[in-house]
Each structure stands twice: as structure tokens, then as C-alpha cells.
Design a protein. Structure first.
Length: 382
């Protein structure tokens, strides 16, 4: 009979090698103990579990272990923070963030007493400042590799990009976070919540012919000393996807495809489009009702079909806007569908939708939602 001491290590070694082959984003399980002969002694060697994700920049990122100290940096850090806080591990393991104002997120200040006690970084911190927080993972919003990720890699600090700019990218980022945080079950719950809302809208609109879909304008407006600036989103951006998914026909696509971001348009162009419905994203520092009243009193705006028919709306928000690549985009989509096709979505109760959002995604109780969040909702301003 062959000596099993010779065959066993070989069989185990083959199993370990095969089990370590990459297959997309996955957690690689620990291999069995390998035993190496060293004289008369046997030394146990065990492979470490690793985590592999493909981030928003298309980079394969390998983590030797589940991160315990996470830092968030970059433009719009609140987008990532709001996603991170949907996971219980995210709140616990966040040790610092870049702040671009008095706080990185007024919302998280409101729901987490310990949020302000976490480490704080100034605008555009350098690698040394980030390393001083001793992170074992840095998250940033973006879809292309930048110098910071390379600099931190030189310090041995893993770096993962999240995009969040479209529903598909949002879903990928949620899945990646679930893998990184070791809570794929929670990621599945989050995805199920969002997908159920999207499916409800798509299912209700499935029988509506194209000619029954209204032509829609969505534009961001800013007031600079009484002069209004209007911009329309790129074809691939969240706002455009919201309009399309909600059953509207975006009138601005030709203009929106000229750049990868917001495109400035003038009133003459808006008049040529003459949309059936118009939704205005008002810059956070401007008064929504005041701006809409100014539009409705303007002689040129008065000629627009949407204004004449009472179909000019301010896009809603609470503490943050519902049109941006923040998790609140699902509230914006639901509200938009109910206002583009009110006859189809008569049963939508937006107060119930808001409560479900904060309950199921952030674990907030009814009293917190009623007293702190619902009073901040700016909705149905026309």
C-alpha cells in the first residue's frame, strides 16, 4: 500500500491551487492546512482568506482580510457614506472621512451620535494625512484610477473606487461593499429593496405605448443674482435614467450627449423643446418655491406648455436631493413616475415610501422618521 503521507500533501496542494483561481468578485475560502517536513518536525501552513473585487475604475483589488478601519475621501464623500451606513459593519468600521463643509453629512450627524467623533480630514488630503488614520481600506467616488490610489498602494493601503452614477453601477457597488464588509446577505437585502421599486414602475408602465409617454424636461437651475442658469444632464446620468424609467421621453438628449456632465442650455432651446412636463432641480442654496414662482411669472416661460398646463415642478429632496447618485435616487424615481403618469400610480403614498426607505435601509424607527426626516422633505412644489 502506498504511503498516505506522500499522497495527502499532493492532493491537498492541488485542491488549494484550484480553489484560488479567480472567478470575478468573490471571497476565496481558506485552504486546508499544508504540512511541510522540516527534519523531524512538521510545520502547519494555512493560506489566508482573500477578498477580490473589480472596482468602478475596472481595477482588480485584493484584500488580505476583511477591513476593520475604513476611510472615505474624495468629492462628494457623503454619497459613499450614505451607502456605507446601510451596512451595520460600515458604521462600526468607519474611522475617518474627508469633510468638505461643517460636516461630511448632516443626515449621518442626525442619526449617529458618534459620527462627529470619527476622524476628520481636510479637503483633498495627502497620502500621509490619510495614512495617519491607520486605514486598512480607503473608499472614494470615481470611475478612473488617479494618483491617490497609486500613492496609497505604495504605502500598502488598499483603495477601492465606487461610482454610484447609474442604477447598474449602484448595484455593483452595493455588491462589492457586501463582499468587502463580509455581509453579502445585507447587500442582497438592499438590492432587493431597490429592484422591487424599479420593477413596480416598469411593470405598471409595460403596456403604455410610446405615443402616450409625455415629453419631459429635467433641468438643474441656479439663481446667480437674479440671473438663472439652466443645465441638462448627460444621456448616461442618473437624472436621465430616472426620467426614462419613470415613463417620460427626455427632450434634451441631443444636447445632453454633447458632454459627459451637465450641459448649459438657454431659454430659446427650452422653448423649442416645449416639453409636456418640466422638472427643475433647484440648487440647494436656492429657494425652490421662489424660483418656480419667478419662472411662472416670466413672460417667456409663461408661453411654455408645461407652465400653461400647471406641469412645472421642483424636483424633491429631504436633507439631500433625490436626483443625485445618492441612495435617495430611488425615492426620486418613484416620485417622478407618480407625477409623469399620475393615472397609473394613483396608489403611491410617498410618505409611506419615505418611511420604508429609512426604516429598511437605515433601521430608523417611526418616531425618528416622523420628527427628524419628514419635516425636511420638500416635495410637490409647483
Amino acid at each position: 500500500m502506498r504511503d498516505v503521507r506522500i499522497l495527502s500533501p499532493l492532493i491537498v496542494f492541488i485542491a488549494v491551487v484550484l480553489g484560488s483561481l479567480p472567478a470575478g468578485a468573490k471571497t476565496q475560502t481558506p485552504g486546508p492546512a499544508l504540512r511541510a517536513d522540516r527534519g523531524d518536525k512538521r510545520v502547519s501552513v494555512r493560506t489566508e482568506p482573500t477578498i477580490e473585487v473589480i472596482d468602478a475604475a475596472g481595477r482588480a483589488v485584493h484584500l488580505a482580510k476583511t477591513p476593520e478601519r475604513i476611510v472615505v475621501i474624495g468629492k462628494g464623500p457623503h454619497f459613499i457614506l450614505h451607502l456605507l451606513y446601510m451596512f451595520p459593519e460600515g458604521r462600526e468600521r468607519l474611522v475617518g472621512m474627508e469633510r468638505r463643509g461643517k460636516t461630511a453629512s448632516e443626515f449621518l450627524d442626525m442619526i449617529d451620535p458618534g459620527f462627529r467623533k470619527k476622524g476628520s480630514l481636510g479637503v483633498a488630503p495627502g497620502p500621509e494625512a490619510i495614512a495617519a488614520l491607520h486605514p486598512d481600506l480607503v473608499l472614494a467616488k470615481g470611475s478612473s484610477s488617479e494618483r491617490m490610489s497609486e500613492a496609497l498602494a505604495g504605502l500598502g493601503i488598499p483603495f477601492v473606487y465606487l461610482s454610484l452614477e447609474t442604477p447598474d453601477e449602484f448595484f455593483r457597488d452595493v455588491s462589492n461593499l457586501g463582499l468587502i464588509l463580509g455581509n453579502k446577505a445585507r447587500a442582497a437585502e438592499i438590492l432587493a429593496f431597490f429592484r422591487s421599486r424599479i420593477e413596480r414602475v416598469r411593470s405598471a408602465l409595460s403596456g403604455i405605448a410610446a405615443e402616450r409617454k409625455p415629453r419631459v424636461l429635467l433641468a438643474m437651475a441656479t439663481d446667480r443674482g437674479g440671473k438663472f442658469s439652466l443645465q441638462v444632464p448627460a444621456a448616461s446620468w442618473m437624472q436621465t435614467i430616472q426620467v426614462r424609467t419613470a415613463g417620460g421621453i427626455p427632450v434634451w438628449l441631443d444636447a445632453g450627449e454633447k458632454t459627459a456632465g451637465w450641459t448649459i442650455v438657454n431659454l430659446e432651446q427650452i422653448a423649442r423643446w416645449d416639453a409636456d412636463k418640466a422638472f427643475i432641480v433647484v440648487w440647494y442654496s436656492n429657494d425652490r418655491q421662489k424660483m418656480l414662482d419667478a419662472f411662472k411669472s416670466d413672460p417667456q416661460w409663461k408661453r411654455l406648455k408645461a407652465v400653461r398646463n400647471g406641469q412645472l415642478y421642483a424636483f424633491p429632496s429631504d436633507i439631500f436631493g433625490w436626483d443625485s447618485p445618492d441612495p435617495r435616487w430611488i425615492l426620486g424615481l418613484t416620485w417622478l413616475a407618480a407625477n409623469i403618469h399620475p393615472d397609473v400610480f394613483k396608489g403611491i403614498d410617498m410618505t409611506a415610501e419615505i418611511s420604508a426607505f429609512y426604516d429598511r435601509l437605515y433601521g430608523l424607527d417611526g418616531r425618528t422618521i416622523d420628527e427628524l426626516l419628514l419635516p425636511r422633505v420638500k416635495m410637490d412644489i409647483r
